[in-house]
Design a protein around this ligand. Sequence first.
Ligand code: NI
Length: 317
Amino acid sequence: MENTFSVFNKPKVELHIHLDACIRPETILYFASGDREAVKRIAYEFLETKANQGVVYVEVRYNPHLFANCNVHPIQWNQKKGDLTPEEVVELVNEGLKEGERDFNIKAKSILCCLRHMPEWSPEVVELCKKYHNDTVVAIDLAGDEGLKSETFPGHLKAYEEAVRCGIHRTVHAGEAGPPSVVREAVDMLKAERIGHGYHTVQDPALYDRLLKMDMHFEMCPWSSYITGACDPDFTKHPLIQLKNDGANYSISNDGSLPMGGVALDTDYKVAKSQMGFSEEDFMRANINAARSCFLPKDEKQKLLELLYEAYGRRDF
Ligand code: NI
């Protein structure tokens, strides 16, 4: 498939991508040896890959407890339990991101994820968001199985209330595999400023209409939705098409959905172009949407928007 649109070679903004899904295979082996430098290296290499894809600003997310191997579930990547604390993980990722920013001409911030099945981690996640606020960390997220919400929800709600109180930005994975009610809960109770995925929002026209009027941002990850089966595998029926046609506030990200080590945002762009009728202007608008809905401080956000306007040669979006 040809990259005939020049936007493929223009600056892009990516808001929804998981660091733990983007580790190069050779680095996983390195990580398994228990080397703390590996965490830093994962963040650093991630930015190298993203810069090579033309991304000028990325918000990368991860759960620090998983990297620290606090998991009660099968041990990840063969580390020993408790090699690192979640706080050390955040510091190492921060170092890797800062070094990557310097070396690869890219700007990066991070989002710390709560996990729906581990509400006991959420208080520490929000405390880490507070401690490293704007020291690369800009927001809190909630990821995982949307079907688990009822018994685990109070712990996450408390963390999000603390985030609101402390001026920490908020995004929530909602309406990916789950129903519109999870999206409504994210907006009304967790005070989400952006929705991760949100595909199934369109099944509730009243909710969808309300979010359109609120200018709610949807972090759309088309290739991921195909891999996970969150949407009809026929891309010509994808909700992203409706969002585009309705002039919704959405962006396009990869989510880290390719096999380990794969983070090709171009895959999402190609699918949107070839099967969803995206024009070059639609791609530009998606990136302007991403920039205006990102969690950068106001002055830095304005600089990012200017960079895009300059590169696209227009500002009438
Ligand atoms: Ni995600």
